[in-house]
Design a protein around this ligand. Structure first.
Ligand code: ADP
Ligand code: TRP
Length: 324
């Protein structure tokens, strides 16, 4: 049994890329491993200063996770800011982290090139993420490919800390799935809420349909075989069993396939796939007391674990000064 941890920012609608890239794999861990997961609201502060939006997004992301099958009774699920140990931990590890390591962060450069204000929180983002991972002794971290560098930074920091202070921190392993590490968006680039190319999991069905109908396709004539690398094919197969994938593959390779018809089928498939989750989400949104209660229990469980690790860290670094 391994300790698995992952987090997601409460910063907008969850999409099919989040679900197949990370969430559904992460949720499956709750059955046979020790799953820790949190909604990282401290991270969201790096790009948002609207309190109402952050509050709403935090509750929505929690409802999304519970609706998608995260069971707070089988795992430890909390809101990052309810266990502020990670901020102390961030400070401690920042003293064993070279500025150059963080300066090489491509996600920081990407964000500022898109106009995000380069505040210190944004710069220190990888440190806070390393802290989430290390402060709970995580062994496995399921994420999509865009988080690979952040994971490498967390590992580097843990190794450096251990070199200085002894074998205290667990060195985490990434869990990135080759088949779903980079789910394409409707325009063929990586699906991301920053690129306006998402297919949301929840929300307005007519918007989901509009997005699917806008997936880019090429101009291969109807009587020619179609590209199995196209975003339409790659997105559709995410929802299919191996047997149904084979059927779709045959359709793509046979003459006569019409993209419009395939898109209409994908709309039905995606909406049906998420329907039970949507129903559960409606139910949970009417039972917020249950949700808040589970969050309180989750933060207590997470605090117990962080307390133990922080205590060891405080001892080896000399922050615990009493000799008694
Ligand atoms: P976004 O790019 O929409 O802002 P996040 O950065 O909040 O998404 O990602 C949350 C999690 O979902 C991360 O583990 C990330 O790697 C994964 N993820 C996001 N988009 C994709 C995608 N298109 N394909 C695979 N995984 C993804
Ligand atoms: N940086 C991650 C993302 O944007 C979110 C995150 C924060 C995270 N802390 C984490 C992911 C710890 C895994 C483990 O998606």
């Amino acid at each position: 049994m391994k300790r698995v941890l992952s987090g997601i920012q409460p910063s907008g609608s969850l999409h099919v890329g989040n679900y197949f890239g990370m969430m559904n794999r992460m949720i499956k861990y709750q059955d046979e491993n020790e799953l820790f997961s949190c909604i990282v609201n401290y991270h969201a502060l790096t790009t948002s200063n609207d309190p109402e939006v952050l509050r709403e997004n935090t509750i929505n992301a929690t409802l999304d996770f519970f609706a998608l099958g995260l069971d707070p009774e089988k795992s430890t699920f909390w809101i990052q800011g309810d266990v502020p140990h990670v901020t102390e931990f961030t400070w401690i590890i920042s003293n064993v982290t070279n500025v150059g390591l963080i300066e090489r962060s491509t996600s920081y450069k990407d964000k500022i090139s898109k106009g995000v204000i380069p505040n210190m929180g944004l710069f220190s983002y990888p440190l806070l993420m390393a802290s989430d991972i290390l402060c709970f002794g995580s062994e496995i971290v399921p994420v999509g490919k865009d988080q690979k560098q952040h994971l490498e930074i967390a590992r580097d920091i843990a190794v450096r800390f251990n070199n200085i202070y002894g074998d205290i921190l667990v060195i985490p392993e990434e869990d990135i799935d080759k088949d779903t590490q980079l789910v394409p968006g409707t325009d063929g680039q990586k699906m991301s809420k920053s690129y306006n190319n998402i297919i949301p999991i929840f929300g307005d069905e007519s918007f989901i349909k509009k997005q699917i109908m806008s997936i880019v396709t090429d101009s291969t004539p109807v009587d020619q075989p179609k590209d199995l690398n196209s975003p339409l094919y790659r997105l559709f197969t995410l929802f299919l069993s191996d047997k149904d994938k084979k059927i779709l593959e045959n359709k793509f390779l046979s003459p006569g396939l019409q993209y419009g018809k395939v898109k209409a089928d994908l709309c039905d498939t995606a909406i049906e796939y998420f329907r039970p989750f949507r129903d559960k989400r409606d139910y949970l949104s009417k039972n917020l007391d249950y949700v808040f209660n589970q969050l309180a229990i989750g933060s207590e469980k997470a605090t117990l674990v962080a307390d133990q690790i922080i205590d060891k860290v405080r001892t080896v670094t000399g922050l615990n000064y009493s000799t008694k």
